[in-house]
Design a protein around this ligand. Structure first.
Ligand code: F3S
Length: 401
């Protein structure tokens, strides 16, 4: 690979052992993908997970003296103060989250603990070269904003943050950003939940860069977030296009680079029904709790829930996961108070795939997100999946209808 003087200095150890290791790994990744050079990045997002391997690497890099050149935003773990105050987390789990926090703090990360940075805290411009990990973040940055990132792992995004460079391969190059699967959506896309279901059709869509047609003219940021999150729950997608909507797909010719698609797929309401049967517990039952916010909910979604439950008493506890900045605005707007009075909680900085939810083991939850249902299964928590308004009503009545 052709390296600049600055990049060679990393390998010589001029910036310390941590920076040297980060560059060494990145050069090896680049060589394995045939990259010819490293290019500078302007943003990064690290899918911090607060799990053993994540903590091991972060502390190793701290011990080697690494510091981030580009301060990345980071994914949620769990909110230590919130769960400690409610006595819901063991000392051991609390300590691990604190070590994770301290390690990323020393590395110089932006401690945002939010998995939807592309909506309001770390929003790239068209054509910007960035290093984003996190399943919904990579496709959103590439597809919706037209920024350029490969589907980084938490570790490679951290290394990119430290060096300020990424190897130039994959989606950084024009030729790999073109669509090759035509997906004609004939399903009824009546709300944001339907984009969760569309994303869960990854098995049928198959490997490649899908170009969706047949979608409504306006698609909300929440729907686009849902689509990317679930495409990477049901499959592995770095990028998609929506014809006439996303910036690199103004027309079919441009989206497919004047080539014929490799495959044509049609998605119908029946596909959504099949998917739901596969991933959700059966409905028409009593549930124990309701959880939203995987990926993290926006202020609009918090407001929608607050308006729906204002003045009511929930029969089932409800947790809404979001960023600390959305929570702080929800507090200012009085939305948090409305939700608390009804028996719900806006929880900042937290992901469902964390040990702080141990107390829900063996219980049945209700959510609108297949990803929320997917990860906690390994912790013995299972979910029914329904659209947002059905979930809100079930929290009020105690039953899924
Ligand atoms: Fe975000 Fe955790 Fe879900 S990182 S998408 S809340 S699994």
């Amino acid at each position: 690979m052709n390296l600049t003087d600055d990049q060679k200095k990393f390998l010589n150890g001029d910036f310390g052992e941590g920076a040297k290791l980060a560059m060494k790994v990145q050069v090896a990744i680049g060589e394995s993908f045939g990259a010819e050079r490293m290019v500078p990045i302007t943003r990064a997002h690290v899918a911090l997970s607060n799990q053993d391997a994540d903590l091991w690497l972060a502390e190793k890099m701290v011990n080697l003296g690494a510091k981030c050149r580009i301060a990345p935003t980071v994914n949620p773990g769990f909110c230590r103060e919130y769960f400690k105050a409610k006595n819901l987390v063991s000392q051991e789990d609390y300590d691990m989250m604190e070590r994770t926090h301290n390690a990323y703090k020393k590395l110089g990360a932006q401690l945002t603990y939010n998995c939807t940075p592309y909506i309001d805290t770390n929003v790239p411009n068209f054509g910007e070269i960035i290093a984003f990990s996190e399943s919904s973040a990579t496709p959103y940055a590439n597809s919706v904003w037209g920024a350029r990132t490969n589907r980084e792992g938490a570790n490679s995004a951290l290394f990119a943050s430290i060096t300020g460079y990424v190897p130039e391969y994959g989606l950084l190059l024009d030729e790999n950003r073109k669509g090759n699967i035509l997906v004609d959506v004939q399903a009824d896309m009546k709300n944001d939940y339907c984009y969760h279901m569309l994303g869960m059709c990854g098995k049928k869509i198959g490997h490649g860069v899908p170009v969706f047609t047949g979608l409504p003219k306006y698609i909300s940021p929440e729907a686009l977030r849902n689509l990317g999150a679930q495409l990477n729950t049901s499959g592995a997608y770095d990028m998609y296009h929506i014809l006439g909507f996303t910036p690199e797909a103004p027309d079919l010719e441009t989206a497919f680079d004047k080539k014929e698609p490799l495959r044509k797929v049609t998605i119908t309401n029946e596909d959504f029904e099949e998917v739901l049967k596969d991933i959700s517990l059966e409905g028409n039952r009593e549930i124990d709790f309701v959880m939203f916010g995987c990926p993290h909910f926006t202020l609009n979604e918090c407001r929608h829930i607050a308006m729906a439950i204002e003045g009511k008493k929930l029969k089932k506890e409800m947790w809404i996961l979001t960023s600390s900045h959305v929570k702080s605005i929800a507090v200012r707007m009085g939305l948090d108070e409305i939700i608390e009075n009804a028996g719900g909680h806006i929880v900042p900085d937290t992901c469902p795939d964390q040990p702080c939810w141990h107390f829900l083991k063996g219980k049945v939850g209700l959510t609108e997100s297949p990803k929320c249902a997917y990860y906690p299964q390994r912790r013995g928590i299972n979910f029914v999946i329904r659209d947002l308004d059905t979930c809100i009503n079930a929290a009020i009545t105690g039953e899924v209808k």
